[in-house]
Write a protein that binds this ligand. Sequence first.
Ligand code: PAF
Length: 298
Amino acid sequence: MSGTARPLSPSLDIARRVAELRWRVADWRGQGLRVGLVPTMGALHDGHLSLVRGALGECDRVVASLFVNPTQFGANEDIARYPRDEAADGAKLAAAGAHLLYAPELGDMYAADHATTVAVAGLTDGLCGPFRPGHFAGVATVVTKLLNQATPDRAYFGEKDFQQLQVIRRLARDLDMPVEIVGMPTLREADGLAMSSRNRYLGEAERRVAAGLPRTMAAVLARLAARPLDVAGALDWGSGELARAGFARIDYLTLADPETLQPLDRADRPARLFAAAWVGATRLIDNVALMGGAPGAH
Ligand code: PAF
């Protein structure tokens, strides 16, 4: 064990400096162990823990990172409001079986004069891109840094943020990073709402409205399966349903190609339905697969 990595719980060490992280990973590599990375911004829920479990199933050692990345928050998005509880997150990671928590300080992650940004063109033009200017460049930059710092064999991301997942896959490929990017299925609450750190912002009435998102998306998928050539009709109907369910604003409800993320006007091939909509002051996103005309499982 490194001289500086400190135990947060009997089974989970914490590294705050990249040198500590590198020391641990190099030690594991020297023993021939396979290393998995689960990047997070904390506020952990079962969806995150399913990534840890997925990593544990395929890797010998699992590092979870916790860093609330300022460069992916827009000017109108309140980073100060983002929930932070490192002790609670550490306890959850320890219980899930992670081996190391990497929780770097802001100044260690970004030098005061840092000047490099990773931008992935094309994939970020649509869906959330226009609504969150700069967001994906912030994500791509911090994920590139985390992958370079931890040098994992595999890194795990949730399909709930499907556009983010595709952006990360592309940057890893384009920058020749020797890592396998693994996408894991979205975990849902009993009423279908995708698990998200943002769900904790919802009041009781808003929470009921929020359940209308997966319900409406499932109904849109059923319409598309029945009438694959009438994508516009199904999306119009779905937007109306979301408004009637109480969503304050709908940023988009779009059927898109799962690889290119380009909008589709026919549902006669593998596709994904993507949505972003506001309940009060909370923006929710979700996506579900449409497999060759039949509604997907998640
Ligand atoms: O999905 C997230 O929690 C974040 O966007 C990530 C990938 C940890 C980068 O900050």
